[in-house]
Design a protein around this ligand. Structure first.
Ligand code: ASP
Length: 425
């Protein structure tokens, strides 16, 4: 991202804060509510980003897999990737758990005590069925019955697996056919990257629309009422993304965290304004490959996959959210119930899509599994959209760190060597 573009984005965010906070739901221009205009601008930008995701992901994985079809070490790459996904998600969840227990944000306001006597052990059978159906849903998404239907509904897991298999078998086809098919998909990949550049020109305008709408909808007063919850999540995200992930980068990958932040800046800004790691994926791919210097072989495998199964910032948020709601209802979770929360958070984060507000569904699932009223979710609704922006940034950053860690483990040495991020056009 050129400095000028970055400056434009910062100006857009400032303007959006002013516009969002001074606009009420009724404020109108020529009879059209301003909030709708912000929404339209934001939605157009979001659509343009989502538009490129499916062909970009398919082309990027197919070309990457075709090239590594002869590579025997692929299984190991998958193992390392999932190892880092689970490690970073668990770290994030533990940070959330520790803070929610220590700061106990749900005990500061008025309690809703009707569930005091609840015995959580009695819900174990319910957990089993819910856990099974959750796993079942994930597994079924891996092998959809119709790949075009899955792609048209943006179901990334099926698309990723199909593209991997498709790409792998290109390398096993006869040379002429393979070069034609690979040439086609390489062309699609390059064209989609160029379209992504084009969309990025509109980034400041899109950021303005999305941030202004989020603030105009939420307002500053409602935020104040759940300020402690808001603060706890932000603190957790900061500890995870500004302290723990950098430590992994520095001491395991031997990469400068500052240089990596700079490399990822365009993706982080896009994640913040779109609240969607899936929509941010084209920019993330570009940053990790061009700015951070991770090979296409690794980034085209890890990043699309991470967008579907490695939302570590969301996992932290879900964990704090569940504990906060339990605390507000006067339920003290401890011992096995806490382990249950950790496991369920990890599991649901595997199935959370990288789209706005997806974590709300995870919270509802966990609440009802624990026997807590699912409408407790209303307590955190006021700050949901704002926190979504922050946790999406962390999701994108977390997955990019996994890409760097795996690239290092695979012996790549050219990572984050640029003192300045490479300018995107
Ligand atoms: N908005 C998040 C993302 O796209 C998912 C969530 O936590 O709701 O990464």
């Amino acid at each position: 991202m050129k400095n000028k573009t970055l400056l434009n984005v910062l100006i857009a965010i400032l303007l959006a804060v002013v516009a969002g906070l001074t606009t009420g739901p009724e404020t109108a221009l020529f009879g059209v509510p301003l909030i709708k205009i912000y929404g339209l601008i934001g939605q157009l930008f979001l659509n343009a980003l989502s538009l490129v995701v499916v062909p970009l992901v398919a082309a990027s994985i197919i070309t990457g897999m075709a090239r590594m079809g002869t590579d025997q070490s692929f299984g190991l790459l998958g193992l390392k990737t999932f190892g880092y996904f689970i490690l970073t998600s668990l770290i994030a969840i533990c940070v959330g758990l520790g803070l929610a227990l220590f700061l106990a944000p749900g005990t500061l306001g008025t309690l809703i005590p009707q569930l005091d006597s609840m015995r959580l052990n009695e819900v174990a059978p319910m957990l089993q069925s819910d856990a099974f159906s959750k796993v079942e849903q994930i597994v079924l998404k891996l092998i959809p019955s119709n790949i075009l239907a899955a792609a048209s509904q943006g179901q990334m897991l099926g698309l990723i697996l199909f593209s991997m298999v498709f790409g792998y078998f290109i390398s096993k086809t006869d040379a002429h056919a393979a070069s034609v098919v690979l040439g086609f998909w390489t062309g699609v990949f390059q064209i989609m990257m160029k379209i992504t550049h084009l969309v990025m020109i509109a980034l400041p305008i899109g950021v303005f629309g999305l941030v202004a709408k989020a603030l105009a909808t939420t307002g500053i007063d409602t935020i104040a009422s759940v300020a402690w919850f808001f603060g706890t999540v932000l603190l957790g995200l900061a500890i995870y993304a500004l302290v723990l992930l950098p430590l992994l980068l520095k001491f395991i990958a031997g990469v400068s965290p500052i240089a990596h932040y700079r490399a990822m800046l365009p993706a982080l800004v896009t994640a913040f304004s779109t609240s969607s790691s899936a929509a941010t994926l084209p920019v993330t791919l570009e940053c990790v490959e061009k700015n951070a210097g991770v090979s296409n072989r690794i980034s085209s495998f890890i990043l699309p996959l991470g967008t579907s199964v490695n939302l570590s910032g969301s996992a932290l948020y879900v964990c704090v959210g569940v504990l906060f709601i339990a605390q507000v209802y006067g339920v003290n979770l401890h011992g096995p119930s806490l382990i249950l929360v950790v496991l369920m958070t990890l599991m649901t984060s595997l199935g959370t899509a990288g789209i706005p507000s997806a974590s709300m569904f995870s919270i509802v699932v966990i609440l009802s599994t624990l026997g807590l009223p699912a409408d407790g979710i209303g307590l955190i609704m006021a700050v949901e959209r704002l926190l979504d922006m922050f946790r999406t940034v962390v999701n994108v950053f977390g997955t990019s760190c996994c890409a760097v860690l795996v690239a290092r483990a695979e012996g790549e040495s050219e990572i984050v060597i640029h003192p300045e991020p490479v300018a995107s056009e």
